[in-house]
Design a protein around this ligand. Structure first.
Ligand SMILES: Nc1ncnc2c1ncn2[C@@H]1O[C@H](COP(=O)(O)OP(=O)(O)O)[C@@H](O)[C@H]1O
Ligand SMILES: O=C(O)[C@H](O)[C@@H](O)[C@H](O)[C@H](O)COP(=O)(O)O
Length: 172
């Protein structure tokens, strides 16, 4: 099974995704690693990506998903995937073995997190552009990330909502 954590920058895709993958003993695939150097340079300068910048990135991630499925591997993947047509690249055929989990949080909290986050090309100034293009997914399981929930609590909520197996010897 492939679980794709989606949402606005700062929603915790990487943090929660690493925690969830460790808990399940699954691979973790960071979607941001599939950006071209040109995309990273653009975002580092505070310039939001355009559609044409996103297609190669999304297609590369899709290729990774297909490769994982061919190898019979389960994985947690992160990708903002803010628009329906981006999600359709990642899951073109409605494959039920690929599940989107939308980390849903309020803009003020996301902004404050991005202001505090260090060493990342995506700065807080980019938040408004992300909020502007977000198409709230109808094809995802939405998980609330508010109320000061810890990553572990959010992981537990995802596991419960998706009815995922937990390893007997994994830490909670
Ligand atoms: N549940 C949480 N509670 C508090 N801080 C969090 C939580 N999840 C993520 N963070 C912090 O918020 C920032 C953004 O998280 P990150 O995982 O990078 O989000 P994304 O990958 O969606 O952009 C990071 O500094 C991270 O440590
Ligand atoms: O972790 C984050 O801060 C975000 O996920 C971030 O890296 C970014 O959102 C995309 O990778 C860019 O693509 P979009 O402009 O399509 O979100």
């Amino acid at each position: 099974m492939i679980v794709i954590l989606i949402g606005i920058a700062g929603s915790g895709k990487t943090t929660v995704g690493q925690c969830l993958a460790a808990h399940l003993g699954w691979r973790f695939v960071e979607g941001d690693d599939f950006h071209s150097p040109a995309n990273v340079a653009k975002m580092s300068q505070g310039v939001p990506l355009e559609e044409r910048d996103r297609w190669p990135w999304l297609r590369a991630l899709r290729a990774q998903i297909v490769a994982l499925q061919q190898q019979g591997k389960s994985a947690i993947i992160t990708c903002s995937a803010l628009k329906q047509r981006y999600r359709d690249v990642l899951r073109p055929d409605g494959d039920e073995a690929i599940q989107f989990v939308y980390l849903k949080g309020e803009a003020a909290m996301l902004r404050s997190r991005l202001q505090q986050r260090q060493d990342h090309f995506m700065q807080a100034e980019m938040l408004d552009s992300q909020l502007a293009i977000l198409e709230e997914p109808e094809d995802a399981i939405a998980v609330d990330i508010g109320n000061n929930q810890t990553p572990k609590q959010i992981v537990a909520a995802i596991i419960a909502r998706l009815d995922l197996p937990t390893r007997p010897n994994s830490e909670s």
